[in-house]
Design a binder for this molecule. Structure first.
Ligand code: SF4
Ligand code: SF4
Length: 225
């Protein structure tokens, strides 16, 4: 899932004020950002309530409406809210960065304000906590590293063993962060596959990663840039 965090209210208010306020539509998403409690129905209503309160305290006259789409990253869902968008002066997206961009594409005459800072692809890790798990390198090799991704989970993206800073199972960048290579070793040992460490991973094909420019995936062939 895509992980994101709602921006601070002050930041969102400043963006809305810069656009002149007026009729404000807060648009959330029921998918990933709802799961990470950043942009689902509850968060949309809370943000709208806070903006309404801000407006009332300062007699700004803002009007607020809300909508939460099934998936803000799909045009068809965005197109279905044309009436609401037509009503609004300002659109605040509580979708991820993808959702905000697609909403903006569907309504090119509107400025879509991003209410969420999108950080990564990851998974829940206990209550109210999500951790990065994949960096979308386009060349997945997790079967060779115990099911642990060294690109997303090692601070230095090391592919063939730990750096010299690994201590007590923790990463040198933070005592609160597990060393990915300790995890990889532990997982491979538990699977009885420490032999995999004897064969160095080949150089990553970075041409398939984000570094080579935005990628396109086409089902049935033709994937590329
Ligand atoms: S190896 Fe690449 S595709 Fe696989 S989990 Fe890591 S970053 Fe994601
Ligand atoms: S301590 Fe471990 S996780 Fe941290 S940078 Fe070194 S190898 Fe990577």
């Amino acid at each position: 899932m895509i992980i994101g965090e709602q921006k601070a209210l002050d930041e969102i208010v400043a963006m809305v004020e810069k656009e002149g306020g007026g009729r404000i539509l807060v648009a959330g998403c029921r998918s990933c950002v709802a799961v990470c409690l950043a942009g689902g129905e509850d968060e949309v209503e809370q943000l709208a309530g806070s903006l309404r309160e801000h407006s009332e305290e300062r007699s700004l006259g803002w009007e607020l409406r809300t909508v939460t789409l099934q998936r803000q990253c799909e045009r068809s869902f965005d197109e279905a809210i044309a009436d609401l968008v037509e009503w609004s002066d300002v659109l605040v997206s509580l979708g991820c960065g993808v959702g905000a961009q697609v909403l903006s594409e569907v309504y090119p005459d509107r400025v879509v304000l991003p209410g969420i800072d999108t950080s990564s692809m990851g998974a829940p890790d206990g209550r109210g906590k999500w951790k990065e798990r994949c960096a979308g390198c386009g060349d997945c090799t997790v079967h060779l590293s115990g099911g642990i991704c060294p690109i997303a989970r090692c601070s230095k993206m090391l592919q063939n063993g730990p750096c010299g800073g690994s201590q007590g199972g923790k990463c040198e960048t933070s005592p609160d962060r597990d060393c990915a290579w300790q995890l990889i070793y532990d997982h491979l040992r538990a699977k009885g596959r420490l032999d995999l460490l004897e064969t160095p991973l080949p150089p990553k094909d970075w041409s398939r990663s984000r570094d080579g420019g935005p990628r396109t995936v086409v089902k049935g062939g033709g994937s590329g840039r």
